[in-house]
Write a protein that binds this ligand. Structure first.
Ligand SMILES: [Zn+2]
Length: 152
């Protein structure tokens, strides 16, 4: 045993990045969401479509009715909806979602224990939303999301 080993914490704390804003969370922090819960939130899309890497598409979509930009917004939606892994979100990002906080917190705690083996609600969003729900939110994300942030 080296001299400095006594200063090391007994158990190594796990850390994870928020799936949405990438901020680092400590073990037991955060909330677990399925892809369906994430993509069903209009607030999520209002934020997502005005991030630095999506804002130019959103601006062109609303200001110039640019068909390519509109199509890129649709592709961003589709790629997000295909994600199969659990989303772990931080305290501020969870505010974009109308979900039962106690439940997602409990699921987050299981996620910290099981990591990638945690299969709860795993699967692309299409498997969990009805076709109608899916098409409605897809249309919102593609055509309307972020409009309040872009002065037309
Ligand atoms: Zn976050």
């Amino acid at each position: 045993m080296g001299l400095f080993d006594i200063f090391k914490p007994k158990k190594k704390q796990k850390k994870a990045a928020c799936s949405i804003c990438k901020s680092i969370m400590n073990q037991e922090d955060g909330f677990a969401l399925s892809t369906a819960e994430v993509i069903a939130s209009k607030r999520y899309w209002d934020h997502k479509m005005v991030e630095p890497d999506t804002l130019s598409y959103t601006t062109s979509h609303f200001k110039n009715q640019d068909q390519t930009a509109t199509n890129m917004r649709k592709i961003i939606f589709e790629k997000t909806a295909e994600k199969e892994a659990i989303w772990m979100t931080c305290e501020s990002c969870i505010e974009h979602f109308d979900v039962n906080l106690d439940e997602t917190k409990e699921l987050a705690s299981q996620w910290w224990q099981l990591g990638p083996d945690f299969k709860w609600k795993k699967g692309a969003a299409k498997n969990q939303l009805s076709e109608e729900e899916f098409e409605e939110i897809k249309s919102y994300a593609t055509m309307e999301a972020g409009s309040a942030y872009v002065k037309v």
